[in-house]
Write a protein that binds this ligand. Sequence first.
Ligand code: GDP
Ligand code: MN
Length: 392
Amino acid sequence: MKIHEYQAKELLAQYKVPTPKGQVATTVGEAEKIASDLMCWPLVVKAQVHVGGRGKAGGVKVVKDMAALKGAAESILNLSIKGIKVRKVLIEPAVDIKQEIYLGLILDRSTQRPVIMACAEGGVEIEELAVTNPDAILKLPIPPTYGLRPHHVREVATFLRIPETAKKSFNAIMGGLVKAFYEKDCSLAEVNPLVITGLGDAIACDAKINFDDNALYKHPELESLRDTGEEEPLEVLASEKKLNYVKLEGKIGCIVNGAGLAMGTMDIVKHFGGEPANFLDIGGGAKAEQVADALKLITADPNVNTIFFNIFGGIVRCDLVAQGILQALDSMDKFPYPIVIRLSGTNEEIAKQILDENKGKVKSKGTEMTLMPTMAEGARKAVEISKSRAAA
Ligand code: GDP
Ligand code: MN
């Protein structure tokens, strides 16, 4: 789960990380009110969207008076950055920047631990830097067993040549960042830029935090930070229905039980020359209602032209999946997508019989259903149908 910069800064402030104290506005009027309350110039107006690179896109403006603030708030609130409409701006006292530094913490899957990344040239995106100047980045794994130690902080501060005056505030930023990362189960926590100010202090000028979705159940306090307006609408719907869904760009909607089989299904669809429209795992105990939800979810994607069910009945019973398909078709007037179905395992014979006997009885008549005996044949058939529909 991603959150906004202002939320990340509020969270880090709870961990004693020094940040500028600002407020969020959704209208120019609110922005003016905040500015007159803050009573200090210059201020900075920053677009709050779940994407990076706002600076380059004109989403960050330093302003010296009320007229400039109004202009900046108005233009940023009318901006779209990387396709996302800006709906909120953060207004905060501008930082007097002497140096911009990158400091981040990510979960590194290869070393199986959180890794600190630091670079004395901050401001730019780290992915870019990793390509253009990898030697300029320090990577320091933090052992999960005993966490951050003073020698880690010293090593990073030395690498970054943090001036003596900024050591105390730099320690606070690094300590708070690591503590927040652990306690809130983050997958990423980043301060970019971490600024050394004209007065010689360190301050978190921008902050970005992503939480590990699989650990969110441990953190009910984070629920209110979710901004579903920024997320892929179909993925929001899927998470409400407790379906494990990722939208992709192809035309074949895949409904599969089990994450491993779902990955295998995407591979085999590609192998036969098709493109999956999604990853979707309906889970090990898929019930009729979930199958119906899954069908509705997938067909809400306008790219989809064919549905491929790939179900292996281990724990899941094929007859329940068959009932789910019929139930979904019965709840719609029309279902204009051909469905290719591969069902094997527990109760597969009953499932086939149920589909055969009832497919004529559901409300949305005339849906083309093709049962295929194996995964490969099912995928091949789905690709063939999808291609002929795309050509038509
Ligand atoms: P991002 O582009 O989305 O990562 O947004 P940032 O918050 O990192 O801002 C981009 C750039 O705008 C920074 O690297 C700074 O150069 C500049 N900037 C951001 N906040 C301030 C500020 O308070 N004062 C000044 N002078 N520049 C700022
Ligand atoms: Mn930034």
